[in-house]
Design a protein around this ligand. Sequence first.
Ligand SMILES: Cc1ncc(COP(=O)(O)O)c(C=O)c1O
Length: 409
Amino acid sequence: MRIKRTFLRGSALGRFFASCVPRGFSEELGLGPAGPGDLSGGRSAPFVMTGPPGPETLINGRRYLYFGGTGYFGLQAHQDMVRAGVKAWRKYGMHSAASRTGFGNNPVLSDLEKRIAEYFGAGDSVYFASGYLSALFMAQGMAGRFDAVFVDENSHFSVLDGAFSARKPLLFYRHMDPSDLRARLRAELKPGQRPLVVTDGVFPAFGAIAPVRELARELEPYDGALCLDDAHGVGVLGENGRGTCEHSGLEPGGGVIMSGTLSKAFGGYGGFVPGTPELISRIRRTVGAYGGTNCVPVPVAAASAKGLELVRSHPEWRRKLRHNVARLRKGMKKLGFDTGDSPVPIVAWTLSGADEMKKVQAALLDRGIAVAYMKYSGTPDCGVLRASVFSSHTDAQIDRLLAELSGLV
Ligand SMILES: Cc1ncc(COP(=O)(O)O)c(C=O)c1O
């Protein structure tokens, strides 16, 4: 018998089960989202990208005007990054075939961590193999400093997996709802217990920005911490591109920890946590995914460092990105879709159902335009149509998407 998720979510019984049953079993009981499910969007064959991403790209051998993925500054094939990667590859090989707690350190990796720390105004940082591991690094790095994890119910799969990996009772609060978090904290914590709240900074389905100041405020009565997986915020949001915290006027440090990825706005690859030297040292000493694996490939780290430097030295790209996002949102509004006024370069909307959305995606592809139809964390069951905006899109390209859409919806 399948027990309803709503019954166990957030309940004392749910907390008990989450703390003592293996994950697969806890999912069967409906304790947490049962994994991503089918993310294929109903496609029988995957799209195959036969060129680097950018405002135009090759998919299945055909050229498209491209509004997919997360290469917000179109850096993934930037020649400075390619050169930096190849140079490091020649000098160091792929990697040192050792973990960073052994012989796996390398000047390129250490230099990248220094640059990440500088970019975010932090004392230190740690760089690791994938943005997907961000929440795992934060939650395990905080192990022993909290008694229960509270997670936004629409969080990205990586946030859920990372929160599960903390091996502590796991509870959900309603999506972007600080007052529900407050109720959960009051109901579930015993006196003296410490909460860890983990959430996306920017939710990838609709590009919503988490109410981080309000969430942090709810934690004030407790000796807790807020962890933000800011994969989509870093590089893009805030005056200096430091992400959701900067955008929201919240200082990371103390009870607020953030992570990011180099694979989206920065055009490189790999996840990172900037933080105090004490936090980063604890992560390095205690997280298995740092000490129990080969270091990140050195060419990837070298190219990523160049990407970080490029974004840092081109604040005008962020301004151009905001202009492009505003242009697309304004145009969508004229078509009858209110996608808000967020500066996040993710513009998503739904139509009457999955079939209708698939039809529109197919019709756009016929016209040489690629937007995503996706089922993902935080999308309704029918999925969403989602256009990603890049700083490198021209006004004319955005207008063309809008013009084609207006004939279809
Ligand atoms: C919130 C969030 N965290 C982490 C990731 C994974 O990042 P990466 O692709 O760099 O591994 C994603 C991916 O899209 C994401 O949306």
